[in-house]
Write a protein that binds this ligand. Structure first.
Ligand code: ATP
Length: 235
């Protein structure tokens, strides 16, 4: 079943058209990757899905319901959670406080405490740093905080924008390993990555964007083997 259906959305920044009719589907429990060069519209697509931008035309349906007219806050409460580019953690708050912020709409305090414990099992490094101010963490650790904070909202669909950006190669591998683990725990993932090959290697399906349009889509394995994709995006 499709958890997310994006149907011909057109998105503008004032007069600049960021998306010129994007349609895509994310099936439940899959990992789907958006591939494309700078300015292709990948981040804009995620922003439209999470309600930060509103399509001028087209429709987005999540779990069978239209998201038209629903604000970003309410969309997050529907367990559609966005980790934006650049991570946007609360740099002056501690790691523990950041985790708490991820759960701030939840009332089920015992389950929140259990989830916090699960996060510290998923990211053991964070356990030693619970009282550390998050802005002083390494890039890889900040990505862990951003991911753990998002997971504290118990997402069904997680949008991840460039999670490996700026990280050392070894840490990048851990990020992709974590994405796979999160997916195996039942979270559907829509991923945007510059590191297209690694992203496609853990994905079920992929879409290639150019200038606000989808130019190619298919099973991730087919995209990895596609000459055009290899030449343009996989180095
Ligand atoms: P990148 O990998 O460089 O982040 P992207 O594929 O995520 O690229 P977007 O950031 O979605 O691309 O940009 C799509 C288009 O929208 C580009 O033409 C870009 O210049 C434009 N755009 C993006 N953000 C803004 C903004 N805040 N104001 C005006 N135009 C924007």
């Amino acid at each position: 079943m499709a958890l997310l259906e994006v149907d011909d959305i057109h998105v503008f920044y004032d007069n600049i058209q960021g998306l010129k009719g994007i349609s895509l589907t994310v099936e439940t429990n899959r990992i789907v990757t958006l591939v494309g060069g700078n300015g292709a519209g990948k981040s804009t697509t995620l922003r439209a899905i999470s309600g930060l931008l509103h399509p001028r035309q087209g429709e987005i349906r999540y779990d069978g319901r239209t998201l038209a007219g629903i604000g970003a806050h309410d969309i997050a409460a529907m367990r559609l959670v966005h980790i934006p580019e650049g991570r946007r953690i609360f740099g002056r708050l501690t790691v523990d406080e950041n985790l708490g912020m991820g759960a701030f709409t939840r009332r089920d305090r015992r389950a929140v405490a259990e989830d916090r414990e699960r996060m510290l099992t998923l990211f053991p490094r964070l356990r030693d740093r619970l009282r550390q101010v998050a802005g002083t963490l390494s890039g890889g650790e900040q990505q862990m905080v951003a991911t753990a904070r998002a997971l504290m909202a118990r997402p069904r669909l997680l949008l991840m924008d460039e999670p490996s950006m700026g990280l050392a190669p070894m840490v990048v591998e851990q990020v992709f390993e974590t994405i796979r683990t999160i997916n195996q725990q039942g979270v559907t993932i829509l991923l945007v990555e510059q590191n297209a090959l690694m992203a496609l290697m853990i994905s079920d399906y992929g879409y290639v964007l150019e200038s606000g349009r989808i130019v190619l889509n298919g099973p991730a394995a087919d995209l990895i083997d596609d000459d055009r994709v290899r030449r343009a995006y996989l180095g």
